[in-house]
Design a protein around this ligand. Structure first.
Ligand SMILES: O=P(O)(O)OC[C@H]1O[C@H](O)[C@H](O)[C@@H](O)[C@@H]1O
Length: 428
């Protein structure tokens, strides 16, 4: 992963090389803190050791009992779905991957009706084993399998913590299961059993993903000038401090569209605390050049745009044409056009003084993805240290979870009372 901060210098809001030089001393101290947390396997920091601690053999052993399926359906939400989904969207496989995260009845029904259930592995993932959406969706999926005459115990893989509903279910039915590693918050679990089981089921090279993570790990150092991940974390923090409240993440590759979704959870849930944080916006190049870019370039100067691209990709030539106005396209390629759009957008933002950061990976493959995911997690942890927020907790999310559970009669949660206290100003 390579990071270029040049277009974040002298912009509005903006940073200078002096800003970064001053910040580098704090990066050194933050790195010491992070390294100590990693060495002690402290909650959260333990996620940054996953490239070394994750056990690919265990993942293979859990999935190898399933003959190569036609499809894999992940039933999970947030950190228990987005890592796997990011890899599945990015990497091609003849095993189709689907995610059932939301509890939208139409969507769940349509998905389950379409799936070849007899040839699908249902991969149910919940660290806590209590998330209502996941458990409800799993019960619905299990019934759909039974209705289709499929023995669900033959087709279900469970990934969960040491105890709880799903652990009990796996033990009771002797289901293949994987542990969620200790000390790893869901949104930091992409490089663990949570994110990698689907990749293994799809036939991807799980070891290469972890090797990419190790490349990212090896590049962490006490200076932002030596570590692309820390360069990104430090610059985004400094820009946020100066007013870049939104970080629009814009990959120039369809295959990285879900990466932006994964990034949004990582950034929002980890850094949105104590009145601080940076709102992640999801965009896609070149498509959103024709929509959102207007706002990013000419709207309120409270944004940063992160442009992400692979430097190598398979290409499609653009055929020659005898239309004079289109002659410039002929002989070029879709990839060439996409790269030109990337650089044009970067320049257009810079010309309007809008800070933007370029993040490049070599290509969309297992190793580069492992490095990208690791790099963004390390960037996020560094940002959290610099901002002094509690990066690995999510009390605001938990609040809503409790309120919903109370409403459904799943326990006595005072948070549910707030629902009856809702203010109204109706216009019918
Ligand atoms: O894995 P689970 O325990 O089911 O949790 C799934 C998700 O639930 C919550 O909303 C948390 O805030 C997320 O960080 C987590 O990824």
């Amino acid at each position: 992963m390579r990071v270029d901060l040049g277009n974040a210098l002298e912009t509005t809001p903006g940073i200078t090389t002096e800003t970064l030089d001053r910040l580098d001393e704090r990066v050194a101290a933050a790195h010491d803190r992070i390294a100590a947390g990693m060495a002690d396997d402290e909650f959260g920091y333990a996620a940054l050791t996953l490239p070394e601690t994750a056990d690919p053999d265990r993942i293979h052993a859990a999935v190898d009992g399933f003959d190569r399926p036609e499809a894999v359906l992940t039933v999970g939400i947030g950190g228990s779905a987005l890592g796997a989904a990011t890899l599945a969207t990015a990497l091609e496989s003849d095993v189709d991957a689907y995610v059932l995260d939301n509890v939208d009845p139409d969507d769940a029904r349509a998905l389950l009706d379409d799936l070849p259930l007899a040839d699908t592995v249902v991969n149910v993932v919940s660290k806590s084993g209590t998330t209502a959406e996941t458990l409800a969706n799993f019960l619905v999926a299990r019934e759909a399998m039974a209705d289709a005459g499929v023995d669900w115990t033959d087709r279900t893989l469970v990934t969960t913590g040491e105890s709880g509903n799903l652990r009990e279910l796996a033990d009771r039915h002797g289901l293949p299961s994987l542990p969620v590693p200790d000390g790893v918050p869901g949104r930091f679990s992409a490089l663990s059993t949570v994110g990698l089981a689907v990749a293994a089921l799809q036939g991807h090279d799980v070891e290469a993903v972890l090797a990419g993570g190790r490349d990212g790990m090896a590049s962490l150092s006490g200076s932002l000038y030596e570590s692309p991940a820390y360069a990104y974390g430090a610059a985004t923090y400094a820009l946020a401090e100066r007013g870049a409240r939104t970080n629009a993440v814009m990959p120039y590759a369809e295959s990285l569209e879900t990466f932006a979704e994964w990034f949004a959870q990582l950034w929002a849930e980890s850094l949105g605390k104590d009145g601080l944080g940076q709102t992640p916006a999801r965009a896609l190049g070149a498509t959103d050049q024709h929509s959102q870019l207007q706002l990013y370039r000419a709207g309120p100067p409270d944004k940063l745009v992160t442009l992400v691209r692979p430097t190598e990709r398979a290409d499609v030539p653009i055929p020659e044409t005898d239309l004079d106005g289109l002659a410039y396209l002929g002989g070029s390629s879709l990839g060439g056009l996409l790269d030109a759009e990337f650089e044009a957008t970067e320049a257009s933002l810079a010309a309007a003084d809008v800070p933007n950061v370029r993040v490049e990976i070599d290509r969309v493959d297992e190793r580069s993805l492992g490095e990208l995911l690791y790099g963004m997690e390390a960037a996020c942890v560094l940002y959290g240290e610099l901002a002094s927020v509690s990066t690995f907790t999510q009390p605001a999310v938990e609040w809503g979870k409790k309120a919903a559970r109370g409403l459904l009669g799943g326990g006595d949660f005072p948070e549910a009372d707030a629902v009856t206290e809702k203010r109204e100003l109706r216009v019918d």
